[in-house]
Design a protein around this ligand. Structure first.
Ligand code: SAM
Length: 266
């Protein structure tokens, strides 16, 4: 029998964001190009060297694991599907097909754990965080980067707003994503045993034709059919939103991104 937890993971892994979808690798690379400068700036504030045991969870197309390996760290990169991580082994990265929600690591295995745009898709974030903390060695650091959708509701562009809000509803219903959970960060890290807990926030801009716009176009296109079939929004609205996202004069706000971190006492 399939449990609720396994079922939800299958909904992510086998759904519109499956690695088998032909545009998924490119979509993940666009996400990396938008987010990596911020991730690297934050991760670069921690002491990462040849003895640092790093865990990169939900590695996607692998850029953060690649960057950590470039710093000489001992990196483990995981994902539900590791088909985009083939080149990492050549860099000495241990690549694991691993579901962080149901599969374990020995307690205290890592000095740094990073997870980006994964937690909000899981059924119970508190449960996931307590598992992450248990895998940290004394003195180890947990870094979470997660998005929230609230800036979209205030968009002055009707087609962009309508389609993005339909997508948010679809994510919540079909994948089980908690689209505003990150808004509470860093509070979910309080009471987990972590100290020096902090958060950084920003709202990602989107300009017509830039990588963020192209990431959204592919994200929306991969989910378009089920969204239209559910009657959430029309095909015409998608076409109007795509025209906005391609227009060099278009400027709007995308998701709010929360980066939260804390340290296990040493
Ligand atoms: C939105 S993508 C983000 C990829 C990458 N973290 C990044 O920010 O570039 C989410 C990734 O998390 C993976 N994922 C989802 N649930 C997971 C789980 N329970 N354990 C490990 N990976 C998971 C997915 O397969 C996918 O590659």
């Amino acid at each position: 029998m399939t449990t609720q937890t396994e079922w939800r993971q299958e909904r992510y892994r086998d759904g519109v964001f499956s690695h088998a979808v032909d545009t998924e690798r490119h979509r993940l690379r666009l996400l990396e190009s938008v987010l990596d400068p911020h991730s690297q700036a934050r991760l670069g504030t921690f002491d990462i060297g040849p003895d640092t045991r790093c865990l990169e969870i939900g590695s996607g197309a692998g850029s953060v694991a690649r960057w950590l390996a470039g710093r000489g760290a001992r990196v483990t990169a995981t994902d539900l599907d590791v088909s985009f991580l083939g080149d990492l082994a050549d860099l000495g990265v241990r690549v694991l097909r691993h579901d962080m929600y149901t599969e374990d690591f020995p307690p205290g295995s890592f000095d740094l754990i990073h997870m980006r745009y994964v937690l909000v898709h899981l059924p119970d974030q508190d449960r996931a965080i307590s598992r992450l903390v248990s895998w940290l060695a004394p003195g180890g650091v947990l870094v979470l980067e997660e998005p929230a959708f609230f800036p979209i509701a205030g968009s002055p562009h009707p087609a962009y707003r309508e389609v993005m809000l339909a997508f948010r509803t679809y994510l919540e219903d079909a994948v089980g994503t908690r689209t505003e959970w990150a808004r509470a960060l860093p509070l979910p890290l309080a009471g987990t045993g972590l100290v020096d807990v902090e958060v950084d926030t920003r709202i990602q801009p989107v300009r017509g034709g830039d990588d963020e716009a192209e990431w959204w176009r592919l994200t929306l296109e991969q989910s378009r059919r089920p969204i239209v079939e559910r009657g959430l929004v029309s095909d015409e609205a998608f076409e109007l939103a795509y025209a906005e996202l391609a227009d060099p004069a278009f400027f709007d706000l995308s998701l709010a991104v929360f980066t939260a971190w804390g340290r296990r006492p040493g």
